[in-house]
Design a protein around this ligand. Structure first.
Ligand SMILES: C[S@@+](CC[C@H](N)C(=O)[O-])C[C@H]1O[C@@H](n2cnc3c(N)ncnc32)[C@H](O)[C@@H]1O
Length: 406
């Protein structure tokens, strides 16, 4: 039941028109408040409270809006209020779910991820990577409903996110890939339980330009840790960005060229090098496959060999194939068909080749091809500048200072 309709004492949308007339609030505004779960603006609020004869606190509580004043009241009266709640029964008996596919390192379950997570031991996983459906009315092979109301989607999201929190070990990391708008809500849930390390923006254009809006150009990748510090943080360094045609600098490094770390540039929280999967061999028809590079980076960053990785939304199994190749244990889950995942494991050698190439392009200032191009066009190279490899990097200016604005 839509919370907003309940709060204004109507049953469904058909009664909204009458309510608009009675209250004097525009129908379009009422639709907006209910669909987007937005608290009515002041003048509309007054009219709604008058028409429904209730106090603002009652209205807020009906909408589930708990501001700091209400929180304080609840905290001060927790003992009396808690008596209104029945004792939660212990978690229903755990369902035994059998894996449908196994490899040397991993187990894949064909299941709804929520019961599966409940059946796994609490605090048993080192890394969770989740790429859920975005509620964009996409059609998935599994037939899951990808057009829930905002309220339903957020309720479902809270349910699986909280299971992830339970499953994560102390010091373990949770990454959630989603549209920025959904990750604002997920961050609000997670901020109460885990420590935010980064909101990573992955620069990937994912829709056509939309009128009256900025061109959507990044996915949000939330990165949280259970507890204060991650157990593992293996960051990588990236090559310097250069002109694709001549290999020349595209930024002005001022007098700092010779101070650049020959192992490359620090990885930042804006990732420009995650391109959508284009390879015909890779792009399975329906699975919304993520690039191997993204999973290679996340898994390497947050785990060591032998650690356990879990991904509740398998799709084509990108997380699982990367985990297997990088020698991590993995637990997989997909509610729909799992044939694509199995097929990927038949092709593991091909995927290993791609990961090798990714590995070769890390922790260097220039690739061999770039070096050749720069040499040809007389651009500086570490050896021509005699980069001082012995100087401790911590004595160098920060990266911001290394890239003064032109
Ligand atoms: C966006 S895709 C994940 C793609 C994946 N990251 C990849 O690289 O191939 C989301 C997947 O989650 C699955 N899914 C949706 N709801 C689920 C649920 N409740 N439990 C398990 N899987 C679910 C869908 O069938 C779909 O394959």
């Amino acid at each position: 039941m839509n919370k907003f309709y309940s709060a204004i004492n109507i049953k469904d949308e058909s009664e909204l028109k009458t309510f608009a007339k009675v209250s004097g609030v525009k129908l379009t505004k009422l639709k907006y408040y209910s669909k987007e779960m937005i608290y009515p603006h002041k003048e509309d609020l007054k009219k709604i409270l008058l028409a429904t004869e209730q106090s603002e606190i009652e209205f807020k509580l009906k909408l589930g809006i708990v501001d700091n004043k209400i929180k304080e009241f609840l905290a001060n009266h927790s003992s009396e209020i808690s008596k209104f709640f029945k004792q939660e029964p212990p978690k229903t008996e755990l369902v035994e779910i059998e894996p449908v596919f196994q490899t040397e390192k991993g187990k894949l379950f064909q299941s709804d991820c929520i019961p599966l997570m409940r059946s796994l031991p609490n605090e048993s996983v080192d890394l969770i990577f989740a790429d859920p459906p975005f509620n964009l009315n996409k059609s998935y092979e599994s037939g899951v409903n990808d057009k829930l109301s905002k309220e339903e989607y957020l309720q479902w999201t809270e349910d699986w996110v909280m299971e992830c929190v339970n499953l994560l070990k102390e010091g373990g990391s949770l990454f959630i890939w989603n549209l920025p708008v959904w990750n604002t809500y997920i961050a609000e849930i997670l901020n109460k339980h885990l420590t935010l390390r980064h909101w990573i923006a992955a620069d990937v254009k994912y829709s056509l330009p939309i009128q009256n809006k900025l061109y959507p150009s990044h996915y949000a990748l939330l990165y949280y840790t259970k507890g204060e510090k991650p157990n593992v943080f293996n960051t990588e360094r990236r090559p310097l960005e250069v002109c694709r045609h001549c290999g020349g600098d595209i930024r002005d490094y001022g007098g700092y060229k010779d101070k650049l770390n020959p192992m490359g540039i620090n990885l930042t929280d804006v990732w420009y090098d995650i391109s959508p999967v284009r390879h015909s061999k890779y792009k399975t028809r329906t699975s919304n496959e993520l690039p191997l590079k993204l999973l290679e980076r996340v898994i390497t960053l947050a785990t060591n060999e032998g650690d356990t990785v879990f991904d509740p939304f398998g799709g084509s199994g990108t997380t699982y194939i990367v985990s297997e190749i990088l020698k991590r244990k993995w637990i997989g889950c997909e509610i729909g068909p799992i044939e694509t995942i199995k097929e990927r494991f038949n092709d593991i050698e091909f995927h290993k080749g791609v990961l090798d190439n990714i590995d070769d392009s890390k922790n260097i200032l220039f690739s061999d091809a770039t070096k050749k191009l720069r040499k040809k066009n007389n651009h500086w190279l570490p050896e021509t500048l005699k980069i001082n490899n012995k100087e401790p990097r911590e004595n160098l200016p920060t990266q911001v200072e290394l890239f003064p604005k032109a």
